[in-house]
Design a binder for this molecule. Structure first.
Ligand SMILES: Nc1ncnc2c1ncn2[C@@H]1O[C@H](COP(=O)(O)OP(=O)(O)OP(=O)(O)O)[C@@H](O)[C@H]1O
Length: 266
């Protein structure tokens, strides 16, 4: 893990365009716990995310970061406590899970594109089959977002013909085609070569500038400093500390946070 795989100066967003709602809650997690068998992986997680917030989640390997964000769109199931997304409480009700998944886009470390479908087909699959959108309309929207991530010319290629950075930008475009209100990112750059990291972070920065509510598990501390309005540190299944980036990096309060930062910021 290195700080600033990207030069922070290269990703300077226009903070004035970033607005965080003071009143509108996007996600509220209350006393949430999760076990894998006997292993208590998430312990009493409490987290309120306001609309427009950009939260970076960091912490040592195995601390539960991925599991926590995967609980938000029910890729993992919590056993105790509550998760409310856009006013809808996550329960076993499949209809509610479906409703929440319509609101929440997710990008993973390994892109998860369908290799046998073209880039355009990857982007139109869910709008056509889940949203029942006419194919021509879905393609128009997909091309809009492929232009947005600056790869419209790749629309008819297959994922295997693209670089990792390009594939991750397609994955972001694919999520955007479903008009999510919230985007979850799980280490979107950690499988990429250094020269491709910036192109993906640039897209994430522009989403932040447009006011997207974002939760990002990432080791890109340059990104956290520049874009996040809150950094959360997790360890051993707990949220140990959270603060604005400046205070988080310059004045960490907990010993575990200090140790973690001393290991990654040198
Ligand atoms: N499906 C699973 N079954 C059992 N244990 C799991 C499962 N998935 C994850 N774990 C364990 O839960 C803990 C938290 O994993 P998680 O992937 O959420 O951590 P993380 O902080 O995201 O780690 P990393 O930074 O390495 O991705 C780890 O000890 C992991 O081995």
């Amino acid at each position: 893990m290195t700080e600033n795989a990207v030069n922070a100066a290269d990703i300077t967003p226009n903070r004035s365009r970033m607005t965080v709602s003071e009143t509108d809650v996007a996600i509220e997690i209350t006393n949430m716990n999760k076990w894998y068998g006997d292993f208590h992986v998430l312990r009493d997680i409490n987290l309120k995310v306001m609309r427009g917030e950009r939260i970076v989640i960091c912490g040592p390997s195995g601390s539960g970061k991925s599991t926590m964000i995967r609980c938000i769109n029910r890729l993992e199931e919590h056993q105790k406590g509550s998760i409310v997304v856009d006013g809808i409480e996550l329960t076993d009700d499949l209809k509610k899970i479906d409703e929440i998944r319509r609101e929440v886009g997710m990008c993973f470390q390994h892109f998860n594109l369908f290799p046998h479908l073209t880039i355009l087909e990857n982007c139109t699959l869910a709008p056509i089959w889940v949203r029942k959108m006419p194919k021509a309309k879905a393609e128009e929207i997909a091309m809009h977002y492929l232009e947005r991530v600056k790869i419209p010319e790749q629309a008819n290629k297959y994922p295997g013909q693209l670089s990792g950075g390009q594939q991750q930008r397609v994955a972001i475009a694919r999520s955007l085609c479903m008009s999510p209100k919230i985007m979850l990112f799980d280490e979107p750059t950690s499988a990429l070569d250094p020269e491709m990291i910036k192109e993906v972070l640039d897209v994430m920065v522009s989403l932040a500038e447009e006011g997207m509510t974002m939760l990002c598990v990432t080791h890109e501390m340059g990104f956290a400093r520049q874009v996040a309005n809150r950094v959360i540190f997790m360890d051993a299944g707990q949220i140990v500390e959270q603060n604005e980036p400046e205070a988080f990096f310059t004045n960490p309060q907990h010993e575990r946070t200090k140790l973690f930062l001393s290991q990654i910021l040198h």
